[in-house]
Design a protein around this ligand. Structure first.
Ligand code: SF4
Length: 469
């Protein structure tokens, strides 16, 4: 008997969220998440495709139709177990992945209707498991006696650690900061990714047997070569923490921050919990953030929550070319952030106390596409104008910190200091040393870092078993 065709429900089940006027006064997470009933209704929209393109769109190849089917049947435990077979950070990726470009962008429904809300359902399954108490621990391979040092506890490092410990290797993560999570704790704000969730996922990986050493700066406390005396392999997942600047006049004025510093003060150093934490941070009334990616949206939205009366995004191309996730741009617009598009800063001007008071900008028009495939901003002659500000945040990109390459002489680096790797294995130029995530890409997405971590973990396992480089 042939299967009855499924009735198509064209739109996603909406996810309830805090109203904009409320949420700009607090740091609580914006979306509340699905209820079990909403999750079941949404999962039932899946067509159970014979060739599920959503899986091809997922950098860590989660078996999406299998977990959606289990959610639709109300078997939430089964669903999270399927996700965790390939994804060690589901509550994180369910929140911060650019799903519209990945699994959801490939979903069969998305050609004519709204895709299945895969990210929301992944988040639902992970949060449901957390609400049940202790998570289930997968079967682990018996110990192999091999030791791996993972440098950095961001998304790439955590993924590598989780995959290798499951294969029976002894894994130690070295984290330079006092809290694990890397960019997930210093970069992404609480209202987008609550830190309790990052802690929960790191604790899960540690519960599998991974050892975590905090406040340990590899490259200073010990070099990579010294680690290799004790460990059979090293994975570098140190991220990209070196901010870029515009190199224009006035950039050294007080009140001009890199997004890296601004967000670290707000998030990791908890300026958002004033007066409990009295972290110094300039609370401007008019704050301009330069850039169009997720980091720019995070900075501009953080400025509002730190008390700004006006928060402005200054971006050199149009809205269409913005690299930020659609949902982040939408949330920023809902919160009243002003967008100065097709605009490039050319100078900062200060007051008598050397505090920034204006950004001088020039208007652009769009030209031919550049190397990134996006249309190039072309300055319009004599279109200069000034935006009054008392804080400016630069969110225009970042490079890896040079400490490890400087202290590891045979580690090859490329443009902007990225560690050169083989894309399929994460192998660097140095035997026994692998790398992945932003240290190798210069700044991509959390899920891309996790995808590279998975490939590197597979290659490290093979290297440990065969000794072949
Ligand atoms: S492509 Fe979309 S409809 Fe098809 S299996 Fe994946 S989520 Fe379901």
């Amino acid at each position: 008997m042939s299967k009855k065709p499924k009735q198509i429900i064209p739109r996603k089940t909406p996810m309830p969220e805090q109203p904009p006027a409320e949420r700009i006064k607090n740091y609580d997470e914006v979306p509340y998440g699905y209820t079990p009933e909403q999750a079941i209704a949404e999962a039932k929209r899946c067509l159970e495709c014979a060739r599920p393109l959503c899986v091809e769109g997922c950098p860590v190849n989660v078996n999406i139709p299998a977990f959606l089917k289990l959610v639709a049947e109300g078997d939430f435990r089964g669903a999270i177990n399927v996700i965790k077979e390939t994804n060690a950070l589901p509550a994180v990726s369910g929140r911060v992945c650019p799903q519209e470009e990945q699994c959801e962008g490939k979903c069969a429904l998305s050609k004519r209707f709204e895709s299945v809300a895969v990210g929301r359902l992944e988040r639902f399954a992970a949060d449901w498991e957390a609400s049940q108490g202790t998570p289930s621990i997968p079967d682990l391979t018996p110990p192999t006696g091999k030791k791996v040092a993972v440098v950095g506890s961001g998304p790439a490092g955590i993924t590598v650690a989780a995959d290798l410990v499951r294969k029976g290797h002894h894994v130690t993560i070295f984290e330079a900061l006092h809290e694990p999570g890397g960019v997930l704790v210093y970069g992404i704000p609480e209202f987008r990714l609550p830190k309790a969730i990052v802690r929960r996922e790191v604790e899960y990986v540690c519960s599998l047997g991974v050892k975590l050493v905090k406040d340990f700066v590899v490259g200073a406390a010990e070099t990579v070569d010294e680690l290799l005396e004790e460990y059979d392999a090293v994975f570098l997942g140190t991220g990209a923490g070196l901010p870029w600047f515009l190199n224009i006049p006035g950039e050294n004025l007080n009140g001009v921050y890199s997004a890296n510093e601004y967000l670290t003060r707000a998030n990791l150093m908890k300026a958002y919990r004033f007066p409990e934490y009295d972290t110094p941070i300039a609370r401007g009334k008019r704050v301009a953030t330069v850039g169009g990616g997720n980091v720019a949206m995070d900075s501009a939205r953080t400025a509002l929550r730190l008390g700004a009366e006006e928060s402005i995004i200054v971006y050199r191309r149009s809205r269409e070319e913005m690299p930020a996730r659609a949902e982040e741009i939408h949330h920023a617009e809902q919160e009243g952030i002003r967008f100065e598009l097709l605009t490039t800063p050319v100078a900062f001007h200060g007051d008598d106390n050397s505090w920034v008071k204006e950004i001088e900008c020039i208007r652009n028009q769009l030209g031919e596409p550049d190397g990134s495939g996006r249309r190039r901003p072309v300055p319009i002659k004599d279109s200069n104008f000034r935006i009054p500000v008392d804080v400016a945040v630069l969110a225009i990109g970042q490079s890896p910190n040079p400490l490890i390459p400087k202290t590891t002489l045979d580690l090859k680096t490329g443009k902007d200091g990225v560690v050169i790797i083989d894309n399929e294995t994460g192998k660097t130029s140095k035997k026994g040393v692998f790398a992945g995530g932003d240290v190798a890409t210069g700044g991509a997405t959390v899920i891309m870092a996790m995808g590279q971590g998975k490939k590197a973990a597979k290659a490290i396992d093979e290297y440990l078993k065969t000794g072949q480089w």
